[in-house]
Design a protein around this ligand. Structure first.
Ligand SMILES: Nc1nc2c(c(=O)[nH]1)N[C@H]1C(S)=C(S)[C@@H](COP(=O)(O)OP(=O)(O)OC[C@H]3O[C@@H](n4cnc5c(=O)[nH]c(N)nc54)[C@H](O)[C@@H]3O)O[C@H]1N2
Ligand SMILES: Nc1nc2c(c(=O)[nH]1)N[C@H]1C(S)=C(S)[C@@H](COP(=O)(O)OP(=O)(O)OC[C@H]3O[C@@H](n4cnc5c(=O)[nH]c(N)nc54)[C@H](O)[C@@H]3O)O[C@H]1N2
Ligand code: SF4
Ligand SMILES: [Mo]
Length: 763
C-alpha cells in the first residue's frame, strides 16, 4: 500500500480558493482535509464542496472517453469512439467550415469552469483557432460580473479590477451593511465569513439588505431589510436625500475626490425632474418603510468608519451596474473610500493579488474574425463593439437567427469550453432550440454529459483539477498564491485541454504550436531561467516553474529553487502585508500624484462618457429607472412574482450537482413566502410548477418567511431536463430567465417574472 498526502487546491469559479490535503492511497483519493498551515486567523478553510470532492472525481457519470452523437441532438444517445476518430472529425470539420464559410462561422464560447494559469482551457483553444484560422467569432460581456465591471470602471476608471479592502479590515468598521451580499453561501474569498463573525464579536453592527433572509444574515445580522428586487438604486437615492437634507454628507471629500456630484444632487433633490427622491417616494418603489430608509441613512452617514458592501448578484439584472454606481455614490458621500474600516463598493470585492492568466503563451492574433475586431479593455459601452462578437447572454439567439437576425455571423461550427451555457445563460428553451440546429456542428470538451454536451456532435473527455498541476489565483481576496499539484491519474481516456489543442494543431498542420517548442522560444528570451527550469523532467513542471516567477509578488521564486519547491509542496504562499490592504488608499492619500484613471482623474459620480451615449435607460448618474419584468411591467398582471436565482451553496453552478453528499445539503427548492403560498394552495415540500412565457419548471416548494412576499427564489445550476411536454423536471433556473442584457452590458439573469402553482392542482 502506498500512501501520500498531496497538497493542492481547486480551480473552480467557486468564490474561494482553499488549500486542500488529499490523502492518496494506491492512486486513489481516500480522504480530504483542509488547511493546517496557519493559526486560526490565517487559516484558509475549505467549504463543503471540496471536502466532498471524491463524489466529483470518482463520479460514475463523468465522461471518460470521446463520444460521438448517434441520436437526434439532445436525445442523449452517444457512442464511444477513439481519440483518433474524434480529433480527425473535429479537425476536418474545422477546415471544411473555414473553407466554405470563412472563419467568422467558427464560434468559440467559454465560461468560468476552470481558473488556472497554465491549463486555462479557453486560451489553449483560442490560440489554436487564432493560429490556424486567423480568428473566430465569440462573445463579449462577462456573464458573471459585467454589471459590476461597468459600475466600477465608469466610476473608478480602468485601473484595478478588484476594489475591496482586506477582509480583516472589517475589524475597523463600526457598521457593516451587506447590500445583496451573502458570503456565507457564495464565499467571496476564503474566510470572508470568518472575518465577518470576528468583526461582529468585535462590536460591529451588521445590516443585511436582501429580498431573502440570507445564510449570512442568520449568524451575523442585527437587522434585515427586505427590498423589492431591482429597486436598490431608488433606496440609495432616498438615503442620499436624507443625508443631503440633514447635511450629513462629507462635502470636503466630494469636492476633492469626485466629479459631477452636483448632477446627482439635482436628481436626488428633484431639481432635475421635479420629483424629490424622498424616503416616502422610495418606499412605494422598494417596499422598504420610509422610516427604515431614514434611520439607515442617518446611521450610515454618522457612524465612522462604515463599510457598505455591494456585490455582483443584484447587478446581474436589467438595471445592472446602476446599483453598484449608487453604492459607490453613497460611500463617496460619506467619505468612506480609501479609509480603514470603510469600503469602495463596486461589487468586485477582493484585493489585487494573485496570478493572472498566461496559459502556455499569450494567444497570437485577434480573437474575432472581423478585421477591425476591437478589444474590450477600457471600453464599457456594450453597443460599441466591432467584430464578430455577440453579447454572451444572446449567443443562442445569435446561433438561431444569425445574420438574418442582425447578428454579425452565421455559426456553422461551435465549440463550448469550460462552460455549460445551455444551462447557465438566459432562456434555456431557446438555447435548446439553437443547439438543435442540424447545420451546426458542435464540439464540447467536458467533465460531464451536461445540458450543453447533450447537444454536441463530439464530446471530448477532460481531466479535472485533481489530475493536473497548475497555478491558480484566490477568487478575489487574498493575499496569497496557490500552486496545485496533481494527485491522481486521469480516469479512462481523459486528457488535458492543452493536449487536446496540441493534437488538433498537429492535424491542422501547425508547426511549433506545442508546449515544448513554445517553452524553448520563451527560454531563448529568458536564458537566466534555463537552469531553474531544466531541472524538472516534465514539460508541464518546467512551465509552472517559469510562470511562477512571472508574478510580481513572486519574484523571490525566480532564482531560488528551494523557495519554489517549498511553495510547490506547501501549495500555498502567503504574502505578509504590513497592514490590511485598503482599496484606493494611494489615490485618497495623495490624489495630486495619484489621480484616478478616469477622464476627470476623480471618482466619477457623473460619467461624461456614459452621458455621450444619450441612452435614457443608461443614465450618467445612478438613477432608478423602471424597466422590463419588474413590478411596473404590464406582464406583472399575468406573472406576479419576481424570480431570483442565487448561486447554489452545495455546488459550483452546474458542476457539482451530481455529487450525492452535496445534494443532501443543498436541497433544491423554490423559496416562497407563506403569504404567497397560502392563496395558491402551496404547502411546504410539495412540488410546484414555476412558469412564464419562456418555460415551465417543476421543483419542490420551500414555504418560508426567509423570503419577502412577491418574490420567489431558488438556486441556479440544477440540470435542465425537459420532459416530453417541455416541463423542465431538473429545475434549471434559466428555463424561466430572459436572454437579454442591461444597457450597461450585464447579463440580466436576475430580472424575471413568473407565476407559481401546485403541480397537482386540486388534488
Ligand atoms: N456556493 C457557491 N459559491 C459561489 C458560486 C457558486 O456557484 N456556488 N459561484 C461564484 C461566482 S462565479 C460568483 S459570480 C459569485 C456570485 O456571487 P453574487 O453575485 O454575490 O451571488 P448571487 O447568488 O448571484 O446573489 C447575491 C445575493 O443578491 C440577492 N439579490 C438578488 N437580487 C437582488 C436585488 O435586486 N437587490 C438586493 N439587495 N439583493 C438582491 C440574492 O438574494 C442573493 O442573496 O459567487 C461565487 N461563489
Ligand atoms: N439564473 C442564473 N444563471 C446564472 C447565474 C445566476 O446568478 N442566475 N450566475 C451566472 C454566473 S455568475 C456564472 S459565472 C455562470 C457560470 O456559468 P458556467 O461557466 O457555464 O458554469 P458551470 O456550471 O460552472 O460550467 C462550467 C463547466 O466547465 C466544465 N469544466 C471544468 N473544468 C474544465 C476544464 O478544465 N476543461 C473543460 N473543457 N471544461 C471544464 C465543468 O464540467 C462545467 O460543465 O452562470 C451564470 N448563470
Ligand atoms: S469549492 Fe472553492 S471555496 Fe469551496 S473548498 Fe473548494 S476551493 Fe474552497
Ligand atoms: Mo460568476
Amino acid at each position: 500500500m502506498t500512501e501520500k498526502i498531496v497538497r493542492t487546491t481547486s480551480a473552480f469559479d467557486c468564490g474561494g480558493r482553499c488549500p486542500l490535503r488529499f490523502h492518496v492511497t494506491d492512486g486513489e483519493i481516500k480522504r480530504v482535509e483542509g488547511d493546517d498551515s496557519a493559526d486560526a486567523d490565517g487559516q484558509l478553510r475549505a467549504c463543503l464542496r471540496c471536502r466532498s470532492i471524491r463524489g466529483y472525481v470518482y463520479n460514475p457519470e463523468r465522461v471518460k472517453y470521446p463520444l460521438k452523437r448517434t441520436g437526434p441532438k439532445g436525445s442523449g444517445k452517444f457512442e464511444r469512439i477513439s481519440w483518433d476518430e474524434a480529433l480527425d472529425t473535429v479537425a476536418n470539420k474545422l477546415t471544411e467550415v473555414n473553407e466554405k464559410y470563412g472563419n467568422q462561422s467558427l464560434l468559440f464560447v467559454a465560461g468560468g469552469g476552470y481558473f488556472g494559469s497554465f491549463h486555462f482551457p479557453q486560451l489553449a483553444y483560442q490560440r489554436l483557432l487564432n493560429t490556424a484560422f486567423g480568428g473566430f467569432s465569440t462573445t463579449y460581456g462577462n456573464i458573471s460580473s459585467q454589471g459590476a465591471i461597468f459600475g466600477t470602471q465608469a466610476s473608478y476608471g480602468f485601473g484595478e479590477i478588484f476594489v475591496g479592502n482586506s477582509r480583516e479590515d472589517w475589524l475597523n468598521s463600526k457598521l457593516i451593511i451587506l447590500w445583496g451580499f451573502d458570503p456565507a453561501r457564495m464565499i467571496a474569498g476564503t474566510n470572508t465569513l470568518y472575518w465577518l463573525i470576528k468583526a461582529k464579536e468585535n462590536g460591529s453592527k451588521v445590516i443585511v439588505i436582501d429580498p431573502r433572509y440570507t445564510d449570512t444574515a442568520v449568524p451575523v445580522a442585527d437587522q434585515w431589510i427586505p427590498i423589492i428586487p431591482g429597486t436598490d438604486t431608488a433606496m440609495m437615492a432616498a438615503m442620499a436625500y436624507v443625508i443631503l437634507k440633514e447635511n450629513l454628507h462629507d462635502q470636503g471629500f466630494l469636492d476633492k475626490y469626485t466629479h459631477g456630484f452636483d448632477k446627482y444632487k439635482d436628481y436626488v433633490m428633484g431639481d432635475e425632474d421635479g420629483t424629490p427622491k424622498t424616503p416616502e417616494w422610495a418606499e412605494k418603489i422598494c417596499g422598504v418603510p420610509a422610516e427604515t430608509i431614514t434611520n439607515l441613512a442617518r446611521e450610515y452617514a454618522t457612524t465612522k468608519p462604515a463599510a457598505l458592501e455591494d456585490a455582483q448578484g443584484p447587478a446581474r439584472s436589467c438595471m445592472g451596474g446602476q446599483y453598484n454606481r449608487g453604492a459607490i455614490t453613497l460611500t463617496a458621500m460619506t467619505g468612506n473610500i480609501g479609509k480603514p474600516g470603510g469600503s469602495a463598493c463596486g461589487g468586485l470585492q477582493g484585493i489585487p493579488y494573485g496570478h493572472m492568466f498566461r496559459s502556455v503563451a499569450i494567444p497570437p492574433g485577434r480573437n474575432t474574425a472581423h478585421p477591425k475586431g476591437k478589444s474590450l479593455r477600457g471600453n464599457i459601452n456594450p453597443r460599441d463593439r466591432l467584430g464578430t462578437m455577440v453579447h454572451v447572454n444572446k449567443v443562442f439567439d445569435a446561433i438561431l437567427h444569425g445574420k438574418k437576425g442582425g447578428y454579425p455571423f452565421d455559426a456553422k461550427f461551435a465549440m463550448f469550453v469550460q462552460c455549460n451555457f445551455v444551462n447557465q445563460i438566459g432562456n434555456t428553451n431557446k438555447s435548446r432550440k439553437a443547439m438543435q440546429r442540424e447545420d451546426l456542428f458542435t464540439v464540447v470538451p467536458e467533465v460531464w454529459l451536461n445540458a450543453t454536451a447533450q447537444y454536441a456532435d463530439i464530446v471530448l473527455p477532460v481531466t479535472t483539477f485533481a489530475e493536473r498541476s497548475d497555478l491558480t489565483r484566490p477568487w478575489p481576496s487574498g493575499p496569497y498564491y496557490t500552486h496545485m499539484n496533481k494527485a491522481v491519474e486521469p480516469p479512462g481516456e481523459c486528457k488535458d485541454d492543452i493536449e487536446i489543442a496540441e493534437l488538433l494543431a498537429e492535424r491542422l498542420g501547425l508547426e511549433k504550436f506545442n508546449r515544448e517548442d513554445v517553452l524553448n522560444q520563451f527560454l531563448e528570451a529568458m536564458p537566466h531561467m534555463k537552469e531553474h527550469v531544466e531541472k524538472y523532467e516534465h514539460v508541464n513542471d518546467k512551465w509552472l516553474r517559469l510562470l511562477t516567477g512571472m508574478g510580481e509578488d513572486l519574484q523571490a521564486f525566480v532564482t531560488d529553487n528551494d523557495a519554489y519547491d517549498k511553495y510547490r509542496n506547501d501549495s500555498v504562499h502567503r504574502l505578509d502585508l504590513s497592514e490590511p490592504f485598503i482599496a484606493f488608499k494611494k489615490n485618497i492619500d495623495d490624489i495630486e500624484n495619484n489621480p484616478f484613471p478616469t477622464p476627470s482623474g476623480k471618482i466619477e459620480i457623473y460619467s461624461d462618457q456614459i452621458a455621450s451615449w444619450n441612452n435614457p435607460l443608461c443614465p450618467p448618474v445612478a438613477k432608478y429607472i423602471p424597466t422590463w419584468e419588474n413590478r411596473d411591467d404590464p406582464l406583472y398582471e399575468k406573472y406576479p412574482l419576481q424570480f431570483l436565482s442565487f448561486h447554489p451553496r452545495h455546488s459550483v453552478h452546474s458542476e457539482l450537482q451530481k455529487v450525492e453528499w452535496l445534494q443532501e445539503i443543498g436541497l433544491h427548492r423554490l423559496w416562497i413566502n407563506p403569504a404567497d403560498a397560502g392563496p395558491r394552495g402551496i404547502r411546504n415540500g410539495e412540488t410546484v410548477l414555476a412558469f412564464n412565457h419562456r418555460g415551465t419548471l417543476s421543483v419542490p416548494a420551500f414555504v418560508t418567511r426567509r423570503i419577502m412576499t412577491g418574490v420567489v427564489a431558488m438556486p441556479e445550476g440544477a440540470w435542465y431536463a425537459p420532459d416530453k411536454d417541455g416541463i423542465d423536471r431538473g429545475g434549471c433556473a434559466n428555463t424561466l430567465t430572459k436572454d437579454e442584457m442591461s444597457e450597461g452590458g450585464a447579463a440580466a439573469l436576475k430580472t424575471c417574472l413568473v407565476e407559481v402553482k401546485p403541480e397537482n392542482d386540486g388534488c
